[in-house]
Ligand binder design. Sequence first.
Ligand code: GLV
Ligand code: MN
Ligand code: MN
Length: 413
Amino acid sequence: MQINNERLHRYFTEMAKNGATELGGVHRLALTDEDKAGRDLFIEWLKAIGLSVRVDDMGNIYGRYSSGNEDKPPVIIGSHLDSVYQGGKFDGALGVLAGLEVLHTLSENKVQTAFPVEVVSFTNEEGTRFQPAVISSGVLAGEFSLDFAYSRPDQDGITLGAELERIGYKGDSANRPSQVQAYLEMHIEQGPILEETGIDIGVVEGIQGATWLEISLIGQANHAGTTPMNRRQDAMVAASRIILAVREIAAQKVPNTVATVGKLRIEPNIVNAIPGKVVLAVDLRQPDNPKLQEAVGLVKATLAQICEEEKVKYEINQLWLSSTVMFNEKVVGTVEQAAKNLGFSYRRMLSGAGHDAMYMARLGATGMIFVPTIDGKSHCQEESARWEAVVNATNVLLETTLHLAQAQIAIPA
Ligand code: GLV
Ligand code: MN
Ligand code: MN
């Protein structure tokens, strides 16, 4: 049994029309009209193949295939349909649509499984519109409360809860999965390793830790023409020094750390005034949890020193912290065996990016499958993958799902 290549391609290209950008990417921020259109289309497809559809209180969408085993916990496969700001069409959507195609293949072949199989699309995985990322799987796993999630504001102060209601996707908490037999997520690698080593399939062993720090720098806005250089409290100068310090901490001080300042807001943001306030966000990732804490400690110490020198006050708001998560060895081994059985080259690896799998791992035995990414580009419109590589990985997803849905895998405590 194999997945249907053309049908998957059709699902993929049709979904990519929702929020399509000029450069071939998608702009489909969580709970916008574009996201709603993508969700509606996904549900239409789920219903067309006779799956039962549920939406939970975080707006996560589930489509269930069962062959008379309703009382058993499901094997869940999927990812997310939201994108980053002007992102790629593969990140997230590929995993959801590969999951849909696997269920379509199971249902047209009337495959009997011991456990129901569900495809899921999680709400606001990216954390672009509402911080933090992976918020909905985080709610399922008990990392975030529902009230916290609903109250997250976007940059215009509109809350996640209000937007869920507006687009008609605030479902029922009874529709959350109460138990999970296994969770499996197929995703593009979003990095260069598989392509550089010429390997077909990434067998993901876990996800490196991450933290997001929002830093507010409060100086004094003042006239650009009249304020002598030695009397300035320039929040932008402090921000510039912090950006360079963050790079140095990752590149030179704590090995294997990656760190990014990708977001900056300047006030008043005009030509002829000294910036009185800057808000910036630092993204830090590191596979070793104590080293992640060490890097965070260095950022905080350097920040304090720079702000003192620049006569600027500061506040730190931790938007997100997730420790490194290792997946279930039986699931990882099953993915590896599936790749081997199908004759693909494969390697074990850690995910650099965050995924809903990091919180789903608390609910059931979890693993991921990576697809090589062209030039390692992601979170940009140029993000791409060879279609043959996508089809290969989706067949690995099918094979792994069949194993997990037919064999008893102990749910970790
Ligand atoms: C999610 O896309 C992340 O930031 O890793
Ligand atoms: Mn993703
Ligand atoms: Mn992403």
